[in-house]
Write a protein that binds this ligand. Sequence first.
Ligand SMILES: Cc1ncc(COP(=O)(O)O)c(C=O)c1O
Length: 387
Amino acid sequence: MSDATTPGAVNAQIELIDLAAQRRRIGRRMDEAILRVVDHGKYIMGPEVAELEKELAAYCGAKHVLSCANGTDALGLALMARNLKLGQAVLVPSFTFAATAEVVAWFDAVPVFVDVREDTFNMDPVSLEAGVATVKRSGLEPVGVIPVDLFGLPADYDEILAIASAHRLWVICDAAQSFGAVYKGRKVGTIGDITTTSFFPAKPLGCYGDGGAIFTDDDDIAAVMKSLRVHGQGSDKYDNVRVGMNARLDTIQAAVLREKLTIFADEITARERLAARYGALLQERVAVPRVPPGLTSVWAQYTVRLPSGCSRDAVATKLRAEGVPTAVYYHTPLHQQTAYRHYPVAGNGLPASERIAGEVLSLPMHPYLDDEVQDRIVAETVAALGS
Ligand SMILES: Cc1ncc(COP(=O)(O)O)c(C=O)c1O
């Protein structure tokens, strides 16, 4: 039995994301898988990489899966395959991790920031429409949209795909946080034209370093991205048919991910149960996240909104003093960040992103959180909020 489930664990140190607890479950198998790679020596594009890609495809139902070095390169490869150029505009949510907009700027293209919905933290389709109009008025060419499945919850794809199709935009789903989630019967990885994910260690499916993957049903795009991933290679390693990059996933990371994939569905179930418990126990005191009908979340984060007027710093400080770690994802929306504030925003501004950024707080969330520890986190949160 793991330490996280033994009586007395309630007094153990609480982790925001407890990777050590997962190691207690599958550490031995994991170590053996890593050692097998060390022994066979095929460190670059070894057999585990192709096996992992097959297993990820079987898991989500995508026709093509390409593993790669990280979630940022996954987005970069997708944009390269889309031939993104100077003067083109790509609509992205402002309330996200920097990588979503950063990759657009790599190509001297223009990220245009769109607001998010207050209830799901995901791209607001109404603001997306306004953003397309803003781009057209400015003389830029709108070419694509990158919705983000924030904190593990798929974005509003029915609405977003309809807007994209009306304006002839491609859709690259930034599913860095949501691999394993479901949108109306479709697994993440099969929704937009191209989907990207991250296997950063803290992600629901994370490796022991950097990693990522790209999913698509399009044979041509898959072939181009496969070439781009290895310096634009053609018929062999020293035949370069396009300018690419080095974005391969290490074989050791593929071996780690193959082991973790065997328990991933079970871990998602555990996260869902804990999220439901948090919701039931905290809904009277804070705005708890809600999952729209027909969708599932993989709960990469459990992020609540504190009541307006409540000092988030004070709450976080009190919780830290009681041994409860928290995090703020994200305290500044991208359109207000130094590196991005000169880019356009949709319509008349992004009030929801700005409000949310001041109110969010993420609580400990991982599959090995036990009920007693979660009860303690809830009790300390309620105490920190005061009466
Ligand atoms: C929404 C989003 N997009 C992209 C990335 C980039 O992934 P990586 O850190 O693997 O490059 C992240 C990583 O946290 C993310 O959260």
